[in-house]
Every structure is written in C-alpha cells, then in structure tokens.
Design a protein around this ligand. Structure first.
Ligand code: FE2
Ligand code: FE2
Length: 151
C-alpha cells in the first residue's frame, strides 16, 4: 500500500477514537485511551523511521519535517502526562482535549502540506516500498504485543 494512504488511514482511525473518547468515561475511557496511546506511538515510530529522515534531507520538506518532529515531541509529553492520570481526575478531560487538538492540527499539516510535496518527490513505486516497510514494522510490533492485546 502507498505509504501516504496507509498513514491517512491511521489518521482517520485515531481521530475517530478521540471522538469516541469524548463521550466515554471510567473503564471505557481508560481502554480507549490505551488504544489511542499505542496507536499514536506506533504511528510516530513509523513516520520517524521511514518518512521523516529522508524528507529532512530534501530542501522542499526540511522545514515541515523539523516542525513535525516538534509536534510529535509535544504529543509525547502530553501522552506521558495523561498516562499518569485517571479519567476521574480533573486534568484528564482538558489534557485529552489539548492532545486531541494538537493531533488534529498535526494531521492537517501532514495531509495538507507535507504529503502533497511527498507525492511530487516520490513516485508510486517508492511510496509503495515505504508503505511495505511501515506495514512490516507495524506487523512486527503488534505481533510481539499479541499476548496483551488478546487479554
Ligand atoms: Fe506525524
Ligand atoms: Fe501522521
């Protein structure tokens, strides 16, 4: 699959999970959060391994990629903080909201600014090769996490 399509599919998925989380509470909220957290970490890892490094070397995408790294970093900090909270804590809801808004903004920049440039730089063959690498990484990670996922 085209790497960009794969990433866009995941963007859609995580946005949907955040919308579900808006309405959830208690155990359901915790479970949704665990899934969002795992998905975001995996997604960042795929981008930071296969997408961002080569694009950082391109004049046309360097600045966007440097900003994207900072946005990932900010998301990581929020993820860490939220992971220390419970859905009943008063900071839970506002922190989730700030993370959600940041992620949505980040996705808009990737899909609206970065990906169109990647489509000009990389032909379909290249995008498919990168997509396969990403899918392989994900499969490997979820495979070794299989035990906890089926719990
Ligand atoms: Fe990203
Ligand atoms: Fe992304």
């Amino acid at each position: 699959m085209d790497a960009l399509q794969l990433l866009e599919k995941e963007h859609k998925g995580v946005k949907a999970l955040f919308r579900k989380l808006e309405k959830a509470e208690g155990r359901e909220a915790s479970a949704l959060w665990e899934q969002i957290k795992a998905d975001l970490i995996m997604h960042e890892q795929m981008e930071e391994t296969y997408l961002y490094p080569p694009l950082k070397e391109e004049d046309r995408t360097e600045d966007l990629v440097l900003e994207a790294y900072e946005e990932h970093h900010l998301a990581d900090l929020l993820i860490e903080e939220i992971s220390r909270l419970r859905p009943s804590d008063e900071q839970w809801q506002p922190k989730i909201k700030v993370l959600q808004e940041n992620i949505e903004h980040h996705i808009e920049e990737e899909e609206g600014q970065l990906f169109p440039k990647v489509r000009k730089l990389w032909d379909m063959d290249k995008r498919k090769r990168v997509g396969e690498q990403m899918a392989g990484m994900k499969q490997h990670a979820t495979g070794s996490r299989g035990g906890s996922a089926s719990r």
